[in-house]
Design a protein around this ligand. Structure first.
Ligand code: HEC
Length: 184
């Protein structure tokens, strides 16, 4: 134990203390790359939200499928909570962008992992803001679910889609950032 250094720090609270006590290494052990957090956690959870309400107009008229039973709502809530909490995984520093060897599927459109990495480390607060927006959108979805409000869920789902898109346009396929060429 470095009791002496600790006492000194409390007394002095100076820059020298920072030298004495470097921040402890993170306890987090990240396994999934950001692309895997997207593929395995964020995307399936968001899909469950988007698929929860289906309105089809066909020859037999309009068919509407909405969550009805307690179980439907509970399942939906589980996905929404997964989505909300996944944002904390995206905030953790030290998580790599892509698995080793991963390359852009559409070179010239999708950035390569190292380009994404460079954007991210150049301005971490900006990344955190996009993640924060995803958290907020997820909370709106969760609120609609807790109120069992199907209309609000539809609106929240659209907003969620925009939140995904905004971040992707910044970090994944910025070349598509013109208003009429965007895709999800
Ligand atoms: C904070 C930024 C950010 C937000 C918000 C975000 N994404 Fe992503 N997403 C990324 C980045 C960066 C990549 C590219 C990772 C790579 O290819 O290395 C990506 C890639 C993906 C991929 C491709 C994963 C793969 O298999 O290669 C999917 C699918 C995806 N995102 C879905 C979503 C959905 C759905 C949402 C919203 C619910 C969302 N993302 C919100 C940053 C974000």
């Amino acid at each position: 134990m470095r009791r002496g250094a600790l006492v000194l720090c409390l007394a002095a609270a100076s820059a020298a203390c920072a030298d004495e006590a470097p921040p402890p290494p993170s306890e987090f052990r990240t396994t999934a790359a950001i692309e895997e957090v997207m593929r395995y956690i964020v995307d399936p959870a968001a899909d469950a939200v988007w698929d929860a309400v289906v309105i089809e107009v066909g020859p037999l008229g309009t068919i509407e499928r909405v969550p009805t039973s307690d179980e439907d709502w509970a399942t939906l809530r589980r996905h929404a909570m997964t989505l909300v909490e996944a944002t904390n995984l995206l905030l953790m520093e030290g998580r790599r962008v892509a698995v080793p060897g991963s390359r852009s599927e559409m070179p010239g459109v999708d950035l390569e992992p190292e380009e994404i990495e460079a954007l991210l480390s150049a301005d971490r607060p900006a990344w955190n803001q996009f993640v924060g927006a995803l958290h907020e959108s997820g909370l709106v979805v969760l609120d609609a679910i807790d109120r069992r409000d199907v209309d609000a869920l539809l609106v929240a789902g659209d907003q969620l889609d925009l939140t995904c898109e905004n971040c992707h346009l910044r970090y994944w396929y910025p070349g598509l950032a013109s208003p009429d060429s965007a895709t999800n």
